[in-house]
Design a protein around this ligand. Structure first.
Ligand code: KG4
Ligand code: ZN
Length: 326
């Protein structure tokens, strides 16, 4: 089956084509315009998607060497995400689906991040643990099958990506903050400053990162001429340490020996190296960088999985900015 996937939940405009379970074309355009504002401005993001979508989809189809008439279904991100940006993607997708008389499916963005791991490693088998670490979410999922998930724990406040983004802003760095902090950390001593780790009672799988961010703010207020490399490295380690220990506990608690790391923060090389060195007995899967951050390949892939099973949405399905997985 040939399915076009469209992703516009935040500031990446993306389109991809999935054919018989493989991605034959995937294009992503990251909106750099938000950098000067230190975060995504929803209205600007929506307008950018609106400008880019038509060309993005045409280029993706051209790259896949297929015509509109070859498509057999459309998959589009339904939520969670920003209302305005979701509307641009969904309206575009509905127009195409109605015009071409194709089935359409609204996709849960979080579920798609989890399933991106099947693209990264087609030998991945259920059940597995998924650490989902994006700009809006920090969650640990026990994934037993398609549509059979339980949430083992999540953040009570800021997501890990948000902690990177807010931390970067405090340090006067650009947006998105994760790559900026990672870059600065490379020349730093990650044991230089003892930042707090929250909710560390054994087997507690909840997260909290807002205290860490406040602690960074106090630290910067009370230390002039601080070595920013050391601060960034210590801050990054405080986030990564907590992610890894909780992932370890989740695997122990469920008896699962496979884990996958999904979402934008999974692009972090320090996280990757630390997971690999701390979870030696377990099978760990990280998607390629392009599959970690927002992309349409994961939307097209999951869309094809559902549409090929006859699962589809009504043509009037709404956006769901706060869509949950369970
Ligand atoms: O999954 P994603 O692309 O978008 C959401 O659905 O939120 O994740 C974006 C988040 C941002 O907070 C960004 O700072 C973080 O992923 N991120 C990173 C890195 N690259 C992106 N965090 C740490 N290290 C990175 N290299
Ligand atoms: Zn995402």
């Amino acid at each position: 089956m040939i399915v076009l996937g469209i992703e516009t939940s935040c500031d990446e405009t993306a389109a991809a084509v999935s054919k018989d379970g493989s991605i034959i074309s995937s294009q992503i355009s990251t909106q750099t315009i938000h950098r000067k504002y230190g975060g995504v401005v929803p209205e600007i993001a929506s307008r950018e998607h609106e400008k880019l979508l038509n060309e993005m989809v045409s280029n993706t189809l051209k790259d896949a060497k297929i015509f509109l008439q070859d498509l057999e279904g459309i998959a589009v991100t339904q939520g969670p995400g920003l209302s305005g940006t979701l509307i641009t993607g969904i309206c575009f997708a509905k127009g195409l689906a109605l015009g071409l008389e194709l089935p359409i499916i609204g996709i849960n963005h979080l579920e798609a991040h989890i399933f991106a791991n099947f693209l990264a490693d087609p030998s991945l088998k259920f059940p597995f643990i998924c650490l989902l670490v994006s700009g809006g979410h920090t969650q640990i999922w026990h994934v037993r099958n398609l549509k059979d998930y339980s949430l083992l724990g999540e953040s009570r406040d800021d997501a890990a990506g948000e902690a990177f983004d807010k931390g970067a802003r405090i340090l006067g760095l650009g947006y998105p903050g994760g790559p900026e902090i990672e870059k600065l950390s490379m020349d730093g001593n990650d044991n230089a400053i003892k930042f707090p780790r929250a909710l560390m009672k054994k087997y507690n799988l909840e997260f909290s990162f807002s205290g860490l961010k406040t602690s960074l703010l106090y630290h910067m207020d009370s230390h002039e001429n601080e070595n920013l490399n050391d601060v960034a490295a210590s801050y990054q380690k405080a986030i990564v340490d907590v992610l890894i220990i909780k992932l370890k506990w989740a695997m122990k608690k469920t008896g699962c020996d496979t884990c996958v790391i999904a979402g934008g923060v999974a692009a972090n090389q320090f996280l990757r190296k630390s997971v690999e060195s701390m979870l030696t007995a377990q099978k760990v899967i990280f998607p390629d960088l392009a599959l970690c951050t927002d992309n349409a390949a994961m939307i097209a892939y999951l869309g094809e999985l559902y549409l090929s099973r006859g699962v589809k949405s009504e043509y009037d399905f709404p956006i769901q900015p706060n869509l949950k997985l369970v």
